[in-house]
Write a protein that binds this ligand. Structure first.
Ligand code: NAD
Length: 501
């Protein structure tokens, strides 16, 4: 495996200023605060191991202070009395500030997470800006309804007048993972703030830098104190304290299915509402009549984009037996041609995984798959945080490598003979996040789209999404949806008012 860790280094003036001050703090009430805990966490560049900055390891005391600030801002003051139009304008302003700082944010994301610069610069950071713009427009469109009820026991001569209103749910805990930090953060903050909630954000411990920079931009945009608070730190301490906090009304979580279960346990104390965007093991189904010039690079991109560290990664390839060898050869050629290196190097197509822990986990999956009898067609190598793009064949559906989310650049390949067989294979998973179907037959495409149990199905594409499209999972891939118009409902309570007039 050839890796080039050479890179031009950060060149954006904003990144250089941000990285110059090494100690990053929590954001509470628009002030940068040091943790009650004095043991900061180093934030590393996974390609080089260099320490970029130190973030605070948030404690329960810090979480309490952030929740208190969020509650105060929700109840009284500028934010509580702000018109929906003014909230919308602030969100729009955030979109503009993200775009004005797009190169710097992309550079910071690459340094902290490892992803190639183009992923942040052209997909994720613009996607984050669009979340603020999309939900900014919705702040003025939160409406209830008048309801013609059939109640007939009102006093003689009186009428029933019933209506609903939508109210902000309150203080929201937004807990996000490390794979696409800024855009996943925006997917929580934009609808929550459009609804009028206040937020305590807990970014992932290994990729908190763009969240902190976003906090600076929030202050620049003019958000009142307490509306967005950021507590950095570990999941089992800061995250768990936030999820269990008795004065948090809602947890909006994106992360692994196992942590999702822990969040559910933590949330039950005050029965807080919960949205969960969890893991996936998404099938890529290539039928015998597919346009292979589209399907083969499509399947390779479905798994190797962002090093496979994507919840909707197409990690299970099912190809019709008539095209199976051609598809596996094509995906393997694409895998072995990929250039691995530092994300800031403009020739890099795949960066390192986010951490040595993640690389350990992925190489463990590969080794166990080999022991279980699978064969490595290409890849399977590891060098520090880098894992080469890996194509695995001779798998059985029951194997761990086919059933469990690897969250790395690893795809398994299975041949099938007919549509009913591939429907069963696709659905034979605890997950139901996404799927793609590659075929020239309209009827096969829509039959499969209906029969595959997944929150999103793409036809002749994979991972096409923007702020307007709901994303979320069936089965153990989650509860609820982020993005799309209905995501604002995650942050609203419906009230029924019924009057005798
Ligand atoms: P993770 O579950 O380990 O961590 C996610 C976040 O939860 C982090 O901020 C972490 O600090 C925090 N956390 C950990 N334990 C906690 C606890 N007990 N209480 C509260 N918070 C806790 O996930 P990860 O490894 O950071 O991310 C990868 C996972 O995220 C994958 O499973 C991936 O599929 C999933 N993901 C899902 C989506 C989606 O939209 N469905 C999107 C991106 C990632």
């Amino acid at each position: 495996m050839k890796i080039s860790v050479s890179n031009p280094g950060p060149i954006q003036p904003g990144s250089l200023v941000f990285l110059k001050s090494k100690t990053k703090r929590h954001l509470i009430n628009n002030e940068w605060i040091e943790s009650a805990n004095s043991d900061p966490i180093p934030s590393l560049d996974p390609a080089t191991g260099e320490t970029l900055a130190y973030i605070q390891a948030g404690s329960k005391t810090d979480v309490d202070a952030a929740v208190k600030a969020a509650r105060a801002a929700f109840k009284t003051g500028e934010w509580a009395s702000m018109t929906p139009a003014a909230r919308g304008k602030l969100l729009w302003k955030m979109a503009e500030l993200i775009e004005a700082n797009i190169d710097e944010l992309a550079e910071l994301e690459t340094l902290d997470q490892g992803k190639p610069l183009y992923v942040g610069r052209w997909a994720e950071i613009p996607g984050a800006a669009e979340q603020f713009r999309y939900f900014g427009g919705m702040a003025t469109k939160i409406q209830g309804a008048t309801i013609p009820s059939s109640i007939n026991y009102q006093p003689e001569g009186k009428k029933v007048f019933a209506y609903t209103s939508k109210e902000a749910i309150g203080v929201v805990a937004a807990i996000v993972p490390w794979n696409s930090p800024l855009v996943l953060t925006a997917m929580k903050l934009a609808p929550a703030l459009a609804a009028g909630c206040t937020v305590v954000l807990k970014p992932a411990e290994n990729t908190s830098l763009t969240a902190i920079r976003l906090g600076e931009l929030f202050i620049d945009a003019g958000f009142p104190p307490g509306v967005l608070n950021i507590i950095t730190g570990y999941g089992h301490t800061a995250g768990a304290a936030l999820a269990a906090h008795m004065d948090v009304d809602k947890v909006s979580f994106t992360g692994s299915t196992n942590t999702g279960r822990a969040i559910l346990d933590s949330a039950k104390g005050n029965m807080k509402k919960v949205t969960l965007e969890l893991g996936g093991k998404s099938p890529v189904v290539i039928l015998g009549d597919a346009d292979l010039d589209l399907a083969i690079p499509g399947a390779a991109n479905a798994i190797f984009f962002n090093g496979g560290q994507v919840c909707i990664a197409g990690s299970r390839l099912y190809a019709h037996r008539s095209v199976f060898d051609k598809v596996v050869d094509g995906v393997s050629e694409a895998a072995s041609a990929m250039k691995l290196g530092h994300g800031l190097n403009p020739t890099t197509q795949m960066g390192p995984l986010v951490s040595a822990v993640q690389a350990d986990s992925v190489s463990g999956f590969i080794e166990r798959a080999k022991k279980a009898g699978a064969s490595i067609v290409t890849g399977g190598e590891r060098d520090n945080c880098f894992i080469s793009p890996t194509v695995i064949a001779d798998v059985k559906q029951s194997m761990e490598i086919v059933q469990e989310e690897v969250f790395g650049p690893v795809i398994t390949c299975t041949a099938f003979d007919d549509i009913s067989e591939v429907t069963d294979l696709s659905n034979n998973s605890q997950y139901g996040l996404a799927a793609s179907i590659w075929t020239e037959s309209l009827s096969s495409a829509h039959r499969l789209a209906a029969d595959i149990r997944a929150g999103t199905v793409w036809i002749n594409s994979h991972a096409m999404y923007d702020a307007s499209l709901p994303i979320g999972g069936m089965k153990q891939s989650g509860w609820g949806r982020d993005s799309g118009a209905q995501a604002i409902e995650n942050y609203l309570e419906e009230k029924t008012v019924c009057a005798i007039i």
